[in-house]
Design a protein around this ligand. Structure first.
Ligand code: SAH
Length: 227
C-alpha cells in the first residue's frame, strides 16, 4: 500500500489542482500515491448543512463546528486507520523537511483544511489532530497549505522523481541551504561560470559546493547553522 492522502475540505474542487500536473500528476496517474477528498458539508447539520457558527464569546467571523468536523473525520479515518491526522493551522508547528520526510515514509495522512476563523478547539484534542503551519502568515483556508505539504511529501515518494539523487543534495537535507547552480551558456552577459565547475575535478567541485553552501547559509540563515 502506497501513500494515501485524504483531505477534508469545503472546496474539494481545489484538488488535485497543482498536484495533477508534472511529476506529481504523473505519479497520481500511475497510482504512486492516492489523493481523496471529503466534502465537509456532507456532514453539516440541518436542511442547510451548516458547518460553522458564530464564535462563543462574540467577535467577528465564523468557527467550524466540532460535531461536523468530527463526523467528517470519523468517516474519513475510521477506527484502525492509523494515518497521522493533520490540521492545517497557523498555530501549528512550522512544517520542515524532517517532518515531510517522516510523512513520506508513512502510509499517508488525513488532512483537515480550516476555513473562516478556524475550528472549534474541542475537536483538535477530541480527534487527536496535529496542527501544522506552513509559515508565519495567514491564508484564507487550509487548502493551499495542504497542497504545499502534499507537494513536498509526494516528490519524496518512491518512483516519483526520475533522478532519485536530486532528492538528496538539496536545501535543508544537510542542514544547509543549497549551493548555486549554473548551466550553459558558458558566458552570459559578461558573467562566466565559475572555472572550478568546468575543470573536471570532481573533488574540487564538491569542496567548492560545500564551501558555497556554508557561506550562503551563514549569510542568509544563520539559525540553520546553530541547530
Ligand atoms: N483566525 C485564525 C486564522 C484562520 S485562517 C488565526 O488568526 O490564527 C483560516 C484557515 O486557513 C485556518 O483554519 C487554517 O486551516 C488555514 N491557514 C491559514 N494560515 C495558515 C498557515 N500559515 N498554515 C497552515 N494553515 C493555515
Amino acid at each position: 500500500m502506497g501513500f494515501r492522502a485524504t483531505v477534508l475540505t469545503l472546496y474539494p474542487e481545489m484538488f488535485p489542482g497543482p498536484l495533477g500536473v508534472s511529476l506529481a500528476g504523473r505519479a497520481l496517474e500511475r497510482g504512486d500515491f492516492a489523493l481523496e477528498t471529503v466534502q465537509i458539508r456532507e456532514f453539516g447539520v440541518g436542511r442547510h448543512r451548516m458547518v460553522d457558527d458564530t464564535p462563543s464569546g462574540g467577535g467577528a467571523g465564523m468557527v467550524m463546528r466540532a460535531d461536523v468536523l468530527a463526523a467528517a473525520i470519523d468517516h474519513a479515518a475510521p477506527e484502525g486507520d492509523d494515518r497521522p491526522r493533520l490540521l492545517m493551522s497557523p498555530r501549528g508547528r512550522p512544517l520542515d523537511q524532517r517532518r515531510v520526510r517522516d510523512l513520506a515514509a508513512g502510509d499517508g495522512a488525513v488532512i483537515v483544511c480550516g476555513r473562516f476563523e478556524g475550528v472549534d478547539e474541542r475537536v483538535i484534542a477530541g480527534r487527536g489532530l496535529e496542527e501544522v503551519s506552513i509559515g508565519d502568515y495567514i491564508l484564507s483556508g487550509g487548502e493551499i497549505a495542504a497542497l504545499v505539504l502534499l507537494d513536498a511529501v509526494v516528490r519524496l515518494l518512491p518512483g516519483v522523481m526520475g533522478n532519485a539523487l536530486s532528492g538528496e543534495a538539496e536545501s535543508f537535507e544537510a542542514g544547509l541551504l543549497e549551493h548555486p547552480h549554473y548551466t550553459r551558456p558558458a558566458e552570459w552577459e559578461g558573467h562566466p561560470i565559475p572555472a572550478v565547475l568546468t575543470s573536471g575535478d570532481h573533488g574540487a567541485v564538491e569542496r567548492w559546493r560545500r564551501a558555497e553552501a556554508e557561506r550562503i547559509t551563514a549569510e542568509r540563515r544563520p539559525d540553520l547553522l546553530r541547530r
